[in-house]
Each structure stands twice: as C-alpha cells, then as structure tokens.
Design a protein around this ligand. Sequence first.
Ligand code: HSE
Length: 457
Amino acid sequence: MYQDHQGNFACGPFHVAAPLALPPLRVGLLGLGTVGGGTYRVLQRNGNVIAARTGRRIAITMVAVRNRTRAASVVGDDVALVDDPFLIVNHPDIDVVVEVIGGTTLARDLVLRAIANGKHVVTANKALLAEHGAEIFAAAHVQGVVVAYEGAVAVSIPIIKALREGLTANRIEWVVGIINGTTNFILTQMRSHGLGFKAALEEAQRLGYAEADPTFDVEGVDAAHKLTLLASNAFGVPVQFDKVHTEGITALELDDMGLAERLGYRVKLLGIAKRTDHGMELRVHPTLIPDDHLLAQVHGSMNAVLVKSDAAGVTMYYGAGAGSEQTASAVIADLVDVARVAGTRHGDRVPYLAFQPHAVQALPVVPMVDGVTAYYLRMDATDPQLAVPQLRDCLAAANVHVERLEVFATADDTGVSSLVVLTHLARESDIRRVMANLARLPTRVGGVHAIRVESLV
Ligand code: HSE
C-alpha cells in the first residue's frame, strides 16, 4: 500500500480514496525500550495501513528517553527527544501519552499528570493498573479521557477487547489463562530440553520476555497483575491485586513435572478467576491440567486464555505472550481506539473495566483455605508396603477421597518410592490437614508436595 500526493491510498490493484479528515493524533512516548522501540518500528512500517483503517495518522512526535544516543539510532531525527518525561505529559501539543517505562512510582505520577492535563493514556503497565487502577480510572473518568491497556495482558492477544466488547452479552463464569510468557517458556524448556530453571530463565531474559525484575515472573506476581485486570473485565469488580493468591514456579520440582506427565497431566502456571456461589476465586499457581487439553499445547513464551461464559460457551484466545512488536501490536490498537474517540462523548465510550463505573462492585473473595479443587499429592517413602496404608489413613481421616494412587520407583536407585495421589475435589483446609499428618509419618523421605488440579471444563 502507498499514499499518493493527494493523500489517497492505493492498495494492490485497487485505489482507495481515503482523505484523512482529521489531523494526526500526536503521541508522546514515555520510554523507548523493548515495547517503546517496537511501537515506533511498527508505526513506521505500517503507518499507511493503520491510517487507512483509522482515517487518521498516528504520529509519535516526542519521546522521553534515558539514553539519547541510543534513542537517536532508533528514531533518527524524526521526533523530539527529551530527558524529562514531565515535558511530554505537560506539553500542549501532545494528545495521548504512551507509558511504557514500567514501574509503579514515576509511571503513576506521569500517568496521573497526563490525565490531569486532559490527555488520553495508553499503557502496557500491568503492575501500575493492578496496583493503582482504581485511582487512575477514577481520575480519568473525571477528566473524560481514555485509559487503554490491551498491551498489559497477554500482549498480542486482544483479550481485553474480547472480554469488554466481544463477550459483552455474556455472564462470565471463569477466566483461566497461561498469562506469563517467561514462566511458560521456562516450564517448556525444563520439560522438553531438560534445561535447569536458572539457564531457562537466563534465556528468557536474553530474549526480552522477562520483567525488569524477573522475580515478578517466576513468583507469579506478573500473572497476578494480569489476572487482576482480567477479573475486573470479566466480573465487573474493582481492580484488587492484593486479593489474588499468588504462587510461582520456583518451588516446583522436576520430579513432579515428570510424575504428572506419567499420569497424563502437564504442569502449567495458571491464572484463575472464577465466580462461585460463595464469591470469587482469584489465584495464580502451578496447576496440573490434562495433557490432551488445548491449554497443555501452549508452549514456549506463548499465552492462552480460556473464558467460560453462559451464552458463548468456552472460547479460547492464543498468541505470543511477550515480545517487542507483539506488545506494540496491542499498544497501537489502543492508539487507534483513541484516535477514533475524537468528537465522542465520554459516557458513550467503552468503559475502562467493561462495566459502567457505577456498576463496578466488589464481590467477596473466597479465602484459599475454603477453596475446593482436586489435588496431586506426592510423598516419597522408604517402605511403600507400610506407607501406602498410612497415606490412605491420613486421607480418610481428613475426608479426602482418592481418585488414583500410584507408586513409582524413584530414578536414583535408593530404594525410595514416590507415592502419588490424585484426589477428588477437596477443600484446601482438608488438604493442609493431610499434608501436616503426612509430614509426621516415619516412613516419609523429604517433603510432601501438593499441586492443584484443574479439569478446565
Ligand atoms: N514478563 C512478561 C511475561 C512480559 O513474561 O509474560 C509480558 O507481559
């Protein structure tokens, strides 16, 4: 596609008259790292096709950077480079601020200042919105400006748009996703290539998937940030990151991944938001899922989100979960949405969290001890003849029912066996009781391991 001197677009053999009725949307970019650089490149490369869709050009006119020399090698002389990001959020010739510097301190100040100055905001910063979303959306509502954040969740997948617009007719029952590319990449490398945790993490960092602080990835915090935003859009609840139960993959043992596989399961780090009769479950943790489930086929840094809703049924969304241009794709889609709101009334726009602000209401969050799921339990023991009945007794005493019990010889030839149980649905408080009792058994060797199991139907 090319643009002739009259501003018309030609596309293949067709000549598409597309006079650009509106002036360009003037974008101030805060940060030119992985996501900022990708956003600039994609806008440069696809500017014409984006303008043909939008009816308006999207022009990055100012960029706030830390290293001007490096930045100049990306954007050349086309845009004004500034060291002080406040120059951008205060500048009268900026219509929309794209915040991709990350963090929650400076980013919060900049976003709130931009909003106070009547500017729209696009951000890929899930930590910022998960922790300060209530304040930011409230401020934006008062000013009548857009805050768009598709790039904050499962980057390339338009899951916010799907929840907020595509599924708007539905009552959503649950949202379950592999929503952290780094940990999915690590789990895939460990399982497929026998790579150690540390080496796999280093590779994820080298590829630009990991957060600036990778403990956010491996401890499940990044997934919890994203789950917070998914839950709000699915259920119309305020953003409440502090209510998410969060476990990462650092305590996960290769032995459990291997044994789970022998039982027909894969281990994935899932974010789960579920509406139950007792409130909402919000949890991030390693989970056994059936190996023939589509989610089990999501490998490497890919993400996938499953949504169960009453009319549409189960829908699934799949795509790259991390990466420069993959995130840029979402950031620019948000910019296009901003370009299209020109001349519209704030109250007629798609609400920030899918529900009208007055309809956003908290639901009680079910405490983890009251949650009900199936479990995988492993205990290693010296004498399985003795240990199996003891294990059964501990489970029966807590009223936890066994679906399957297997004994596997451990690989190291020490005479120790792994006793593995798959339970029926059980209360977490009962499972904790079982674990405490198992820990007291004299035949036990090492710790007692528990991983929740989801059937995803
Ligand atoms: N660190 C994030 C991940 C990047 O690995 O998913 C995208 O949000």
